[in-house]
Write a protein that binds this ligand. Structure first.
Ligand code: NAD
Length: 257
């Protein structure tokens, strides 16, 4: 059987909003979903990179739309979801791959960094899920995925703000899953390990930090965006119809070591 014809594992004809869609993880996930015949709304605070990716997908024969999004504004989240619904009539999936990474020793962590990290990573994820959830509840159908992190579960020094934001993403995922379960809306998260992207550049730039991060991953390598593709497709697909509230760690064993 062709992979695209597998009814358990398909996103063909799904309308999916990828937030942070111009980013190091969001863009490859958008390309991978488009390659499997999903229609993709690329939403990002950087509209130039979002438009470039939408053009690239369209040039490759896919259907894509670029949308400007700042997750710190509820109105922006609602407008991004509305743009996708106006274009394609319904929203089947949301993949929220927006986020920022700020780390500092707790005694040096500025209030502004703490607040910005929580505002984008957890409040932003909530605002966007709320906008998508409203549409999906009306449809009685939809799958929401947020990019959590191994930091949802493990405690790294200097990570107070980032880890708090990601633990909250994982737990809000559980709450929304319970709240919306009867409405046909599933809410899950994916927890990657360190993956070379612009966000992870500070970890990789310093050799001591890099090697200590690598030493904590039992499989002995960093993640790749490709590692997340199958998990994302699974959580968007009919085959995961009874899976909700979970954080699926795709982390080479980082969270169990
Ligand atoms: N790369 C990793 O090592 C790693 C590991 C675990 C979890 N994650 C999580 O995965 C997600 C994606 O990370 P990435 O590595 O692709 O980072 P990235 O910096 O490459 O991409 C993040 C994207 O989010 C966008 N963005 C930032 N603020 C925004 C806002 N206010 N509104 C809308 N978009 C905004 C950026 O423009 C960018 O395109 C993040 O939530 C991150 O915490 C990443």
């Amino acid at each position: 059987m062709l992979a695209g014809a597998d009814p358990y594992f398909t996103v063909a004809e799904h309308n999916i909003l990828v937030a942070g869609g111009a980013g190091g993880l969001g863009a490859p996930l958008a390309r991978a979903l488009s390659a499997r015949a999903a229609r993709i709304a690329i939403a990002d605070v950087d509209p130039v990179r979002a438009a470039a990716l939408a053009d690239e997908i369209k040039a490759a024969g896919g259907e894509a739309l670029a949308v400007s999004l700042d997750v710190v504004e509820q109105a922006s989240c609602t407008a991004a979801v509305d743009a996708a619904v106006q274009q394609w009539g319904r929203l089947d999936g949301l993949v929220n791959a927006s986020g920022i990474y700020r780390v500092a020793p707790a005694l040096e962590l500025a209030d502004a960094e703490w607040e910005r990290t929580l505002d984008i990573n957890v409040s932003g994820a909530f605002r966007l899920a709320r906008a998508a959830g409203k549409v999906m509840i009306e449809q009685q159908h939809g799958s929401i995925i947020s990019l959590a992190s191994v930091s949802s579960a493990v405690a790294n020094p200097n990570y107070a703000a980032y880890a708090a934001s990601k633990a909250a993403v994982a737990h809000v995922t559980r709450v929304l899953a319970v709240e919306w379960a009867r409405h046909g809306v599933r809410v899950n998260a994916i927890g990657p390990a360190v993956t070379p992207t612009p966000l992870a550049a500070p970890i990789l730039a310093d050799e001591a930090t890099r090697s200590s991060a690598l030493a904590r991953i039992p499989m002995g390598r960093f993640g790749t965006p490709d590692d997340l593709v199958a998990a994302t497709i699974f959580l968007l697909s009919p085959g995961s119809a009874f899976v909700t509230g979970q954080t699926l760690y795709v982390d080479g064993g980082r969270t169990i070591s």
